[in-house]
Design a protein. Structure first.
Length: 77
């Protein structure tokens, strides 16, 4: 009788351990999947930031050119 109780207990523990193992496996798979998604999103953000930087450089150059033209016109008056 005691052996049966111990066996039942051990079987329940084994089942719980298997459930925990399966949950950990699922969690690891989800973490890997979402990590890949996040890395792709970060790459898109980096690309967007590069485009913004290039746009800002062009804008700053044009603004600087306008300022120089205005200064020249003011000096020539």
């Amino acid at each position: 009788m005691i052996n049966e109780d111990v066996e039942k207990f051990l079987n329940e523990v084994k089942e719980l351990l298997n459930e925990i193992k399966n949950e950990q496996t699922k969690l690891a798979e989800n973490v890997e999947k979402y990590h890949k998604v996040n890395m792709r999103n970060f790459e898109k953000i980096r690309d967007f930031n590069e485009i913004c930087d290039m746009t800002n450089q062009v804008f700053e150059t044009r603004l600087s050119n306008i300022e120089q033209i205005l200064k020249q016109k003011l000096m020539n008056q």
